[in-house]
Write a protein that binds this ligand. Structure first.
Ligand code: ADP
Ligand code: MG
Length: 323
């Protein structure tokens, strides 16, 4: 994948430590951009940099930026794990609690756009135009259950078009400046890959929520996801980290699902949200009607699960603020 080529890892230990110092400096100055090219760093052979701790440790909770907005990417390079379902229903749950919410559909398949009753095939301007042609993001925001920056079929060409641009990893981050202070939460739905669209989401985000299907095989991709995040932290956005892992499509009647969650908790501990999103056909029925499950079946357990997840995401941030 092109990403490894785009973001060179440090060649030596001393460069590593210096790069970390740079990142720490960046954290105190939110307007500064981290260095991309380690060769540019002012290194001399006879200087031994002091040992510094990593600027970001897991678990991470996205803290509001200067504008108080929390930008959260929903990511997992595996498809069909409930990224889109979680983006929509978590967003609607935050809105029910009184927060101002923007969803961003960054998946060329446009499932999030579809799940709000819009057709990506007939949309003229979309996140493609925002990322590649630099039109204002407000031009592609549709007012639905929650505000939604839409995807269209064009977005499939965005990875290629972005690759040719300078600042290709920061396109989304820059686009969000215009609307950040109008929202309390910005949730980004990402495609099932760790390509440039997902990298753009990681660079714009302060935290990542990872939906994981309760199956053994679903757990394997998490290491690769964390490696990609580590590269983003080192080179592009020192603040971003995994905020939490959501077990989805949980069927408590099967030993397999219970064991898969146990393995998840053994490996990731407190990062695993307590809320289990159970397997139910409600989540597939709601998008057909163009609504969230909270609107489709407001009093059902499926809707309640996402309200609980929303509380956990909020409580996690508060717990750490007071820690
Ligand atoms: P992703 O965005 O990761 O590809 P989706 O959110 O589109 O995943 O979910 C994949 C499919 O599974 C969709 O048809 C969705 O309606 C369904 N689905 C999502 N969550 C659940 C759940 N908890 N139980 C049953 N089906 C679900
Ligand atoms: Mg999806």
């Amino acid at each position: 994948m092109g990403f490894v080529r785009l973001l060179p890892r440090s060649a030596s230990r001393s460069q590593d430590a210096t790069a970390e110092l740079e990142l720490e400096a960046d954290m105190s100055d939110p307007t500064a951009e981290p260095e991309l090219e380690h060769e540019d760093l002012p290194l001399t052979d006879d200087v031994t940099p002091p040992v510094v701790s990593r600027p970001v440790v897991m678990p991470n909770v996205s803290v509001p930026g200067a504008t108080g907005t929390r930008v959260i990417a929903l990511a997992n390079q595996k498809g069909g794990v409930a990224k889109t379902t979680t983006t929509l229903n978590l967003g609607v749950a935050f809105k029910e609690m009184g927060y101002r919410v923007l969803l961003i559909d960054l998946d060329p398949q446009g499932n999030l756009t579809m799940s709000q009753g819009l057709n990506p095939d007939t949309i003229d301007t979309s996140m493609y135009d925002v990322l590649v042609r630099k039109i204002p993001i407000s031009d592609v925001i549709a007012e639905r259950e929650v505000d939604l920056a839409v995807a269209s079929i064009d977005l499939a060409g965005a990875e290629l078009a972005l690759a040719a641009l300078i600042g290709r990893e920061r396109s989304l981050e820059k686009a969000l400046v215009e609307v950040r202070d109008r929202y309390d939460f910005i949730l980004i739905d990402t495609p099932p890959s760790l390509g440039l669209l997902t990298i753009n989401a990681f660079v714009a985000a302060s935290g990542v929520i990872v939906p994981v299907q309760c199956e053994y095989l679903a757990l394997r991709g998490l290491v690769q996801l964390e490696n990609t995040l580590e590269m983003v932290r080192e080179n592009l956005n020192p603040r971003v980290g995994v905020e939490g892992i959501v077990p989805t499509m949980y069927d408590g009647r099967t030993l397999h699902a219970r064991e898969a969650v146990e393995i998840l908790e053994e490996n990731f501990g407190e990062l695993v949200f307590k809320t289990r999103i159970r397997k139910t056909v409600r989540y597939a029925e709601a998008p057909v009607k163009g609504t969230s499950v909270l609107a489709y079946d407001p009093t059902g357990t499926a809707a309640q699960a996402y309200r609980e997840l929303a509380k956990e995401v909020l409580d996690g941030a508060q717990a750490r603020e007071h820690a």
